[in-house]
Design a protein around this ligand. Structure first.
Ligand code: FES
Ligand SMILES: [Fe+2]
Length: 333
């Protein structure tokens, strides 16, 4: 059991934007544990955010010469977590350490791991393609499963994002949804959608040929909007449970490179996306606050909640049901 749990920690987790870690250290929470991120002589470093001396938050100190200095008595720690200085002490240095976590930066995002991950982290669904990206981060009062499902759930857009992701009319079309999956992933593929009338689509998209919503282990949600000539817009969001009620996310907004037009669209994508994010955070917070009242209730898995059980299975390290039995649904979207 503990071996399985340990292996489950051997993945990279995206935790911050590179741009957030400049001169000052940054504290993040990873499954309830505080970590301090800072730039050491060897590159990005992640340590348990607690000085072993009197347990002060190292992240409230400063970075001096690539080492982190505790704000209380000035003990310093290098990127490996070794205590390198005790101001005022004369003689041999005792060997004190802070727990160190594996940390790397890829494409403007910082990844850490509480295990020993093999290989490179997964970044986004258009890795290696000729694209334009913007990076974003968010914090939501919710759980990873609820946020992931929300990102991938097409049916809430008529209500939560009316006018932005959907038109203002209540006109719907029969759409085909194919759900497939494999080890560590599940996706829903929507075809037969009409031209989209929401503001985002009208500004940024043409005809849509298909939409794909995908979940990947451990907490990655991605959406792809495809047109006649290939991918038009996409987003990959890496989510993590920071503490019991907070989900932190960092991700990429992705657009096709198409000269000046592509640049302009990419400029518009981020603020529009931010509005959608705000709308989602509002409903998710409402659900999170409201869930506390007695009697305790489990959410109903309705007939249109295609991915909920598969996401739950993947998060538990199990094979999603869709891997054995792909499903096809017809819905009005
Ligand atoms: S508490 Fe950190 S140096 Fe004393
Ligand atoms: Fe949404």
């Amino acid at each position: 059991m503990s071996e399985r749990r340990d292996r489950a920690k051997d993945h990279w987790q995206a935790v911050a934007l590179s741009a957030d870690i400049a001169k000052r250290p940054k504290r993040i929470l990873l499954d309830g544990s505080p970590l301090v991120l800072f730039r050491s002589a060897q590159g990005i470093a992640a340590l348990f955010d607690r000085c072993p001396h009197r347990l002060v938050e190292l992240s409230t100190g400063k970075v001096v010469g690539g080492e982190i200095e505790c704000p209380y008595h000035g003990w310093r720690y290098d990127g490996e977590g070794r205590c390198t200085a005790i101001p005022g002490h004369v003689g041999a240095m005792p060997h004190y350490r802070v727990r160190r976590y594996a940390a790397i930066e890829r494409d403007g995002i910082v990844f850490v791991s509480s295990g020993t991950p093999q290989g490179e982290p997964y970044l986004h669904c258009m890795q290696g393609k000729d694209i334009i990206v913007r990076r974003v981060r968010s914090s939501t009062q919710s759980t990873v499963i609820d946020v992931a499902e929300n990102i991938l759930d097409a049916t809430h857009t008529h209500f939560t994002h009316k006018g932005l992701l959907r038109g203002l009319t209540s006109k719907r079309h029969l759409v085909r949804v194919e759900v497939t999956g494999g080890e560590g992933w599940v996706e829903a593929r929507y075809t037969g959608e009409d031209r989209q009338q929401g503001l985002i689509s009208r500004l940024l998209e043409g005809e849509r040929t298909k939409t794909i919503g995908r979940f990947r282990h451990p907490g990655i949600a991605e959406l792809e909007y495809w047109g006649k000539d290939g991918l038009v817009l996409a987003t990959t969001f890496h989510l993590r449970q920071a503490d019991d009620r907070t989900v932190e996310g960092v991700g990429w907004l992705i657009g096709r490179r198409q000269g000046l037009l592509g640049e302009l669209k990419a400029l518009a994508f981020k603020p529009l996306f931010t509005i959608a994010l705000h709308q989602d955070r509002r409903v998710l917070k409402s659900a999170s606050d409201n869930a506390r009242f007695a009697p305790q209730a489990l959410p109903v898995i309705g007939p249109l909640d295609f991915l909920r059980c598969d996401i739950a299975a993947i998060m538990e390290g199990k094979m999603p049901p869709a891997a054995d039995e792909p499903r096809v649904h017809q819905i009005e979207l």
